[in-house]
Design a protein around this ligand. Structure first.
Ligand code: FEO
Ligand code: CA
Ligand code: CA
Ligand code: CA
Length: 683
């Protein structure tokens, strides 16, 4: 049934190769699907609305000027949203495409000056590393809007991830590499500065959004000092020449998806960080299980002279860990918490939440007096889905800024019958230790368990998944949705990952036992199998239809449920699937989780990936990111000119826009989508 022409070319997109060689269970027989359980879940979704969550105000937490996001009038309108727009067809145009009745502007593209001396973007001669440090980074990914109290729907702070760089586009004439080395130190400084996070104040004036040159603006880059927090802090694993007491790490890498907290801070997730480092000696397990490089580092930053660059070579060279860089890599692979309202605050690596290729992070709706639950997927082939449950209990009147430092990390096991369980990765849990012992694996402390999160999850028999990407939690039901983007290396299907060589991906969902996010048992089903008409299905109804012209997609990635219960699905197709498949360019679709209705809402310019979506509290302004338009560009030869060619968006029926190699340099950017009649987007 598979269309082999749509196979993936993963290596080309910078995705890490699989490094899970554990033998965790993959279930033998899967063709028998458990529809009775699916039907049960479907009924319970509409019946068991946890109405109190959606409107619970988070009182007394606002810092000056701030509006706590959950107090910002986000009362849910309904569980069964009507998708009132006309679906757009699959498109190829070097613009955004939105349904008639909608308009689009760009906001904060790569190179926008936001701090310091506000150096202007120079798309012809390029900006220096020092200038990039004062500008918005490249490769926009996760995004969140924090509303300000004076005008919550027209004034706020945008936090924006910058996942990686495309050297051909970043530098005026591409990168300089001689004998596998980087002789131009400023190029590397610029690449480091283009990574990380931008915190940007934004404001709407006469209907147009713009960056404010305000006090909150800041850049966190791949070189910014960060505090190591939680159980790994001070352990031998993170003692370095830079931080002999193991309390600090430098920078944040490959910031993919994001999360937030109920206390209105921003979480940025470190995904494919391992390849930025190289170890030409014997790799310890905390490097090999994550795929730290053995011959070269991704961008060869380590070949530039100076401590801040050489640290990317983690080959032991000194007498001990505090004499060299061997532990630099252990400061990466975490979720980093940033307080967007305090530009002087030091970002904190929350090690209790585990170390893996974090895609994104999403919390279940808080309940007063109960622990909080945060979900995060490990995006690599055959890796796992995790849940962190805080030890502290949520109190909407009193903020505990270090709530993420204490708690239990669990990993998901999806049983064949539609049930599931969360297994604790806890050094103080006898069941965990005996499981480790049985497998011949030794841990010395919880820090050891967390540094080696993947190994700990192997030990308890976690279910190997088809590349877990973003999660979303329904704001009324607490039902959790997760994208499983694709997995070209799956040879044995199981109930939760039902296709071998899964080229198109799917979306799984679950409900925690008793609707308690901290529960250790859950029920799950599959919401939709992506793909062309010949190999796709909208579930959970047994006779659910295949996808069609209005909604076929592959490689689901970004995911978000808005306050109206619309599930927004974003795609990250790559290789031939992206270049010539029946799906058009990468896109965003809207879904009704109750009925399974799915409609394509947005498509982006050539070769971009659509990733990250959030709205203003009133739902009338949607912020979305287009990452890496013109992904196949050479130096000064561009395969997209968006957004500087003039045409930012079009409607179906308008002439598609082509790209010119000698046209403007493409730029990742946020886009702002509104309805021409000022209504709520999507409904
Ligand atoms: Fe950075 Fe898994 O996408
Ligand atoms: Ca992604
Ligand atoms: Ca992806
Ligand atoms: Ca990406």
């Amino acid at each position: 049934m598979k269309d082999n022409s749509l196979e993936l070319m993963l290596a080309e997109t910078g995705d890490e190769l699989p490094s899970n060689d554990s033998n965790n269970p993959t279930f033998a027989s899967i063709l028998e699907r458990r529809f009775s359980r699916r039907d049960m879940m479907r009924t319970s979704l509409s019946a068991a609305v946890v109405g109190a969550f959606a409107t619970a105000p988070v009182a007394a937490l606002a810092r000056p000027g701030f509006l706590p996001s959950q107090a910002a009038g986000r009362a849910a309108i309904g569980l069964n949203p009507t998708l009132s727009f006309d679906a757009i067809p699959p498109v190829r145009s070097d613009t955004a495409t939105v349904p008639r009745g909608f308009k689009v502007q760009t906001l904060a593209p790569w190179g926008t000056p936001i701090t310091g001396s506000y150096p202007a973007y120079d798309g012809v001669n390029g900006n220096s590393g020092e200038e990039q440090e004062q500008q918005v980074g490249s490769h926009h990914d996760g995004i969140h809007y924090f509303p300000m109290a004076d005008d919550p729907n027209g004034h706020g702070i945008l936090c924006l991830n910058h996942e990686y760089v495309d050297q051909n586009v970043l530098h005026a004439n591409g990168p300089t590499t001689v004998n596998n080395r980087r002789p131009n130190a400023d190029e590397v400084r610029k690449e480091i500065a283009a990574h990380g996070v931008s915190v940007v104040e934004i404001k709407r004036t006469n209907g147009v959004w713009d960056v404010v040159r305000g006090q909150y603006n800041r850049r966190v880059t791949a070189g910014t000092p960060c505090e190591i927090s939680g159980p790994v802090r001070g352990s031998d694993f993170v003692k370095t020449k830079y931080s002999p007491n193991g309390t600090m790490a430098r920078g944040t890498l490959n910031n993919c998806g994001h999360g937030t907290t109920p206390w209105d801070t921003y979480l940025t997730c470190e995904e494919n960080w391992a390849g930025y480092f190289v170890n030409r000696g014997q790799r310890p397990r905390e490097q090999s299980r994550y795929g730290v490089g053995t011959s070269t580092s991704r961008y060869r930053w380590d070949t530039v002279a100076g401590d801040e660059y050489e640290r990317f070579n983690v080959t032991p060279s000194g007498a001990s860990a505090t004499d060299d860089y061997r532990n630099e890599v252990n400061g990466h692979g975490w979720i980093l918490e940033i307080d967007p309202f305090d530009p002087t605050s030091t970002p904190k690596k929350r090690t209790a939440m585990g170390r893996f290729a974090h895609e994104a992070c999403v919390f279940a709706m808080p309940q007063n007096g109960q622990p909080l639950a945060f979900y995060s997927g490990d995006d690599a082939q055959n890796e796992y889905i995790y849940k962190f449950v805080t030890k502290g209990r949520w109190n909407d009147k009193r903020r505990d800024p270090d709530m993420l430092d204490h708690g239990t990390l669990y990993v998901a096991v999806f049983h064949e019958d539609g049930s599931g369980e969360w297994r604790a990765l806890d050094f103080n849990d006898p069941a965990f230790l005996s499981a480790a012992l049985e497998k011949g694996v030794q841990f010395t402390s919880q820090a050891d368990v967390l540094i080696n999160t993947r190994l700990a999850a192997d030990v308890v028999g976690a279910t190997r998944m088809d590349r877990p990407e973003w999660g979303a939690v329904h704001p009324q039901t607490n039902e959790v949705y997760f994208t499983l983007t694709n997995n070209s290396s799956r040879t044995v299907a199981d109930a939760a990952n039902p296709r071998t060589r899964n080229a198109f991906g799917h979306i799984i969902r679950w409900r925690e036992e008793g609707n308690r996010p901290w529960a250790t048992k859950f029920e799950w089903d599959i919401f939709v199998l992506g793909g062309p008409e010949t190999d796709s299905q909208i579930l959970p109804a047994q006779d659910g239809p295949a996808l069609d012209e209005s909604n076929r997609f592959a490689s689901p990635d970004g995911l978000w449920i808005d306050q109206n219960g619309i599930l927004w699905i974003q795609t990250d197709m790559s290789g031939s699937q992206q270049a010539s498949g029946p799906f058009g360019e990468n896109q965003m679709l809207a879904a009704n989780p109750i009925t399974g209705e799915i409609k394509r809402f947005l498509a982006g310019p050539f070769q971009q990936e659509t990733t990250g979506v959030v709205s203003t509290p009133d739902g009338k302004t949607l912020f979305v990111n287009f990452q890496h338009p013109g992904d196949r560009s050479g130096p000064r030869s561009f395969t997209s000119n968006w957004p500087d060619s003039g045409a930012v968006y079009r409607h179906p029926g308008d002439a598609p826009v082509t790209a010119s190699p000698s046209g403007p340099r493409p730029r990742s950017s946020t886009i702002v989508i509104t309805r021409e009649d000022g209504g709520v987007v999507g409904l």
